[in-house]
Design a protein around this ligand. Structure first.
Ligand SMILES: *Cc1c(COP(=O)(O)O)cnc(C)c1O
Length: 359
């Protein structure tokens, strides 16, 4: 890795003040990593350089045809003051899968991990200290061939940036969702399984529609039968059936149109470790409505790297509105959230080998 340090890196006091502000995506660390690829030579040596704007030809492919992918992961402060990543190998694999789907070059796992670890070590001072806080790491790749012809790019640029993330979980507030029957996120054969900007670009109109209905988030249902629950915005969904030790924790099955979340996958194990039954199921809007009405569904939450776990309260659709629980985060929801955070922050045993020490 070529290293060029930022001569204008923030001093300790300034940086600590910015980190202490909390929030998400407001400030970026002093450095970024850039790695170029072209068809002839493959991947070049990555470079750690000062964080700053890019200069690109206006005819660069990504601006026109959206050939782009990204990832999201976090670095967490550990009790000994060190820093660990949570399952970064899983992000590396998914990034390669997304690349394949978007006709972008697959980045070798070792190279991907090297870029992440180098940036985290260099900008370690930007990792907040409290449980629930972290450094959010955003790798992405864009098609950089210049020209308006529509074809798979012969040049790509990988970039890695990082931003401190505060503890933006508000336990008093469950998310309200609008179940979109008008718009579809992903269809079989499409890009639903890939983490690409295009999926998000196409989803924003539904997010607007949700806001118009007075809801915080949009819930996606399947494209074909228009009844199977898939995801919420950029997060996977979980439903708790029953209560106490008899509860079953269920999540929509990966059908090829859902994004395979690493938090989703981790929760399947965590819920089992906590003594609950787990199931990956096909769950329809009717099942959701009827389950809430009968009291069988006791808790609902969404999960993803950014927010970890967010309780879901009311659901609204063209069929009406139904409310889960009392609008407060469920007991099992909070138990799973706290357990996952404890693994991530190194305060409970990491029996699955998920935590990767960086420094
Ligand atoms: C990233 C993402 C998720 C969550 O994945 P994690 O690996 O848990 O962060 C869920 N759905 C969509 C659409 C996503 O882009």
């Amino acid at each position: 890795m070529k290293i060029t340090l930022n001569p204008n890196a923030k001093d300790d006091a300034t940086r600590n003040a910015l980190v202490a502000e909390g929030g998400f995506g407001k400030y970026y660390t002093d450095h970024m990593v850039v790695c170029e690829w072209n068809e002839k030579d493959g991947w070049a040596e990555p470079a750690l350089i000062p964080y700053g704007p890019l200069s690109l030809d206006p005819a660069t492919a990504v601006f026109h045809y959206g050939q782009e992918i990204f990832e999201g992961m976090k670095a967490y402060r550990q009790p000994d003051g060190g820093i660990s990543l949570f399952r970064p190998e899983a992000n590396a694999k998914r990034f390669a899968n997304s690349a394949k789907r978007l006709a972008l070059p697959e980045m070798p796992e070792a190279l991907f991990l090297e870029t992440v670890e180098t940036l985290v070590k260099q900008d370690a001072g930007w990792v907040p200290n409290e449980v629930g806080e972290s450094l959010y790491i955003r790798p992405f790749m864009i098609a950089t061939e210049v020209g308006l012809g529509v074809r798979p790019t012969n040049k790509a640029t990988y970039i890695l940036i990082a931003t401190p993330a505060g503890a933006y979980f508000d336990p008093s507030k469950a998310v309200s969702v609008w179940i979109s029957t008008e718009y579809v996120r992903a269809a079989q054969g499409g890009t639903g399984e890939a983490k690409c900007g295009g999926n998000y670009a196409a989803s924003l109109v539904a997010q607007k529609a949700a806001a118009k209905e007075g809801c915080d988030q949009v819930v996606w249902i399947d494209a074909k039968e228009r009844k199977w629950v898939e995801e919420m915005g950029g997060m996977n969904l979980y439903f708790v059936k029953g209560k106490g030790t008899d509860a079953t924790v269920i999540t929509p099955k990966l059908t090829g149109t859902l994004l395979p979340g690493i938090t989703r996958d981790s929760i399947l194990s965590v819920a089992k470790d906590l003594g609950y039954k787990t199931e990956e199921v096909m769950l329809s809007i009717d099942d959701w409505r009827d389950g809430v009405a009968s009291g069988e569904i006791t808790e609902i939450f969404a999960c993803g790297t950014a927010a970890v776990v967010s309780p879901v309260g009311s659901a609204k659709s063209t069929m009406g509105t139904w409310v889960t629980g009392d609008g407060q985060p469920g007991v099992i929801t909070m138990q799973i959230r706290n357990h996952l955070l404890a693994i991530q922050h190194g305060t409970t045993a990491d029996k699955h080998g998920w935590v990767r020490k960086v420094c």
